[in-house]
Design a protein around this ligand. Structure first.
Ligand SMILES: Nc1ncnc2c1ncn2[C@@H]1O[C@H](COP(=O)(O)OP(=O)(O)OP(=O)(O)O)[C@@H](O)[C@H]1O
Ligand SMILES: [Mg+2]
Length: 255
């Protein structure tokens, strides 16, 4: 397993957001995480990436215990996270928004800058070349001077994926890749995620409300209910699982 969560617990005041939750994400997979509203999905992402400390339990990445590590150290180990709303670069051009991405090799680059000043230019060239390659991958190279804010919704999502690729992650936690994407473009975004997974050897762990997106993109799918793992399986198994159906029916009744 590339990522393993073992008996995680997290409480916020009187709310047990995550309860004895255990599961794994296999290397090379696009694993989905679903569950009714308030099931603890976002909290699990926060625990894995070091944004919230666990009350108890362990998190392992590549076999290493990362439970106590701060977010930046977890990032430098190759675990990347996108947010539901990732913004702050709208006033930049598409190319600039890629070039400001930190890389996993930041420490190394940092020392290069101080010890070999002449290397800076070389480094910049390398980064620019990589950014152009990333844009070509998404067939967006002609957009490089465009302001990020002017891109249509679907292409903004592709830019988010491109910024992620600049960091060369091994595992990517995607929060709602379907959010803000017009349905007509969702298949295209899904196909790019699948291609990144296949060609670039990136593992994905995806939270998504849209069942069509999840069923089309992810295998296996992990279901969490009331803070704990209920079951996991292929899209077909999850669709026909009675416990899962009941968990979601319960949600509809509450609405
Ligand atoms: N920072 C926080 N402070 C207090 N309570 C929180 C906090 N974060 C989450 N919770 C509570 O923990 C529970 C789990 O929330 P979480 O956001 O993880 O669920 P979710 O599965 O992501 O839900 P959704 O599908 O609506 O995004 C909820 O009851 C929520 O209100
Ligand atoms: Mg959430």
């Amino acid at each position: 397993m590339l990522l393993e969560i073992e008996k995680a617990n997290k409480r916020f005041g009187g709310i047990q957001a995550v309860r004895d939750c255990s599961f794994g994400v296999e290397k090379g997979s696009i694993t989905g995480l679903i569950g009714p509203n308030g099931a603890g999905k976002t909290t699990l992402f926060n625990l894995v990436t070091g944004f919230h400390p666990l009350d108890s339990g362990r998190v392992y990445f590549k076999g290493e215990d990362i439970t106590e590590l701060p977010p930046n150290e977890i990032f430098h180990k190759g675990l990347f996270r996108t947010f539901q709303i990732v913004r702050g670069y709208e006033d930049m051009t598409v190319l600039e928004s890629l070039l400001i991405m930190p890389t996993q090799q930041l420490g190394e680059n940092f020392w290069n800058i101080w010890t070999k000043g002449s290397k800076i230019e070389e480094q910049e060239k390398k980064f620019t070349k990589k950014a152009i390659e990333v844009l070509e991958f998404f067939e967006m190279a002609d957009r490089k001077e465009e302001l990020a804010r002017n891109l249509p919704g679907g292409e903004k999502k592709l830019l988010d994926l491109g910024r992620m690729m600049m960091a060369d992650p091994e595992l990517v936690l995607l929060d709602e890749p379907g959010a803000g994407v017009p349905p007509s473009l969702q298949q295209k975004v899904n196909n790019y995620i699948k291609r990144i997974s296949d060609d670039k050897n990136v593992t994905f762990f995806v939270v998504e409300h849209d069942m069509n997106v999840i069923m089309n993109l992810c295998d296996p799918i992990i279901v969490v209910v009331e803070g704990t793992n209920l079951t996991s399986g292929s899209p077909e198994e999850i669709k026909s699982n009675q416990e899962v159906i009941e968990a979601y029916l319960g949600e509809e009744e509450r609405v």
